[in-house]
Design a protein around this ligand. Structure first.
Ligand code: COA
Length: 166
């Protein structure tokens, strides 16, 4: 499988909505929400306008994506909004590679302290964030005190991070 991490484009919105629907609701619920988020016509609480998203492309299929924005929430510089990997592509380091791409974008924005909303039951996501340096902020949030270390410390051999086009 050849994996490429690249910035999301408008043509990816349907695939991104399908990926969200594996986690909750259906694609038609998510499609307008993803579109409005990406184009800035809808923003999460205390979000600033700057935002970015990256997709993971395996051959010609979108198998994962990540999105985030700058924020004033919880005295953070940025917030990780969504990260999703297709169920049949999990456990291969794809989310880790997406996280590295997102961290690279935050770094470009001079955003270091990054928050993420993650329910206590989501052990996969908590494991992912924890293994990349995030710590609990409160029962529903985790934080990277300096997400730029994710780029520096990412050592997964053969990962797609080096192919990132961020
Ligand atoms: C969370 C999610 C994005 C992880 O994607 P993934 O591509 O399988 O993750 P990776 O393979 O990059 O895993 C990286 C690390 O995360 C942790 N991790 C991943 N899945 C895990 C699981 N099921 N249980 C515990 N830890 C897990 C591990 O530390 C793993 O490192 P390792 O493989 O060296 O042990 C994926 O499970 C998913 O899409 N879940 C549904 C959506 C979701 O919950 N999003 C987050 C909302 S806050």
């Amino acid at each position: 499988m050849s994996l490429r991490i690249r910035p999301a484009e408008p043509r990816d919105i349907h695939s991104m909505a399908v990926l969200r629907s594996h986690h909750w609701e259906n694609a038609s619920f998510w499609e307008p929400r993803v579109e409005h988020y990406l184009f800035g016509s809808h923003s999460p609480q205390q979000a600033r306008p700057e935002r970015a998203a990256f997709v993971a492309e395996a051959d010609v299929k979108i198998v994962g994506f990540v999105a985030g924005h700058l924020t004033n929430r919880y005295q953070c510089d940025g917030e990780l909004q969504w990260i999703n990997v297709a169920p049949d592509h999990r456990g291969r380091g794809i989310a880790g590679s997406l996280l590295v791409a997102m961290a690279g974008w935050f770094k470009q924005q001079n955003a270091r302290r990054i928050c993420v909303d993650v329910v206590p039951e989501n052990t996969a996501a908590r494991g992912l964030y924890g293994s990349h340096g995030a710590i609990p902020l409160n029962p529903h949030w985790m934080v990277w005190e300096d997400i730029t270390k994710v780029t520096v410390n990412s050592t997964r051999p053969g990962g797609a991070a080096s192919e990132s086009e961020n």
